[in-house]
Design a protein around this ligand. Structure first.
Ligand SMILES: [Zn+2]
Length: 175
């Protein structure tokens, strides 16, 4: 447990502390950590899953400590690309799915609407694949608006994305 504790983002550790201190004695909704709060926290934790750019270790991106050193190699982390949509911040690291819930708040955490892939299987260029039946409209910073058809991929860089009704932005984490 002592090994894993510092790996978690601050918001998650705060919840544990609250849960096993004031939350134990205070049974009100403001004291006790409810099931719904845990569920949201675990979803947020999944959205923060990241990969160390130096050693490839699995890490979590911490909004409250964006430059925190990697638990494995000790190097300072590079803030990952973040997709912000509907109040969620999803780390765009390889393998991380963007789910239907991120777009529609429909509690469908299984259906992926987009997936982060790499160009050549290495950790170089990250791409986002459109897994929806809709054509996306994207406006990368300093570029013209382009379309991304179903199953097409786009290179991840700062941009505005219209997923066909729901709008999001991609930016660097830690701003
Ligand atoms: Zn590392």
């Amino acid at each position: 447990m002592l090994v894993w504790w510092p790996v978690y983002p601050e918001f998650f550790r705060d919840l544990f502390v609250r849960s096993f201190t004031t939350g134990l004695a205070d049974g009100t909704l403001t004291g006790r950590v409810t099931e719904g709060t845990w569920r949201r926290a675990l979803n947020r934790l999944a959205d923060a899953a990241n990969v160390c750019g130096s050693c490839g270790a699995a890490t979590f991106w911490d909004q409250d400590a964006p430059t925190r050193a990697c638990w494995n190699c000790g190097r300072a982390g590079t803030p990952p690309a973040l997709l912000s949509i509907g109040g969620h911040h999803v780390v765009l690291a390889e393998g991380n799915p963007v789910t239907s819930h991120h777009l529609l708040h429909d509690r469908d955490y299984r259906t992926a609407v987009a997936r982060v892939e790499t160009l050549d299987g290495s950790q170089g260029t990250l791409l986002l694949r459109n897994l929806t039946p809709a054509t996306w409209s994207v406006t990368p910073a300093g570029e013209e608006t382009k379309t991304v058809r179903p199953n097409q991929r786009l290179r991840i860089r700062p941009m505005d994305i219209d997923f066909g009704g729901q709008k999001g932005t991609i930016g660097a984490g830690g701003r």
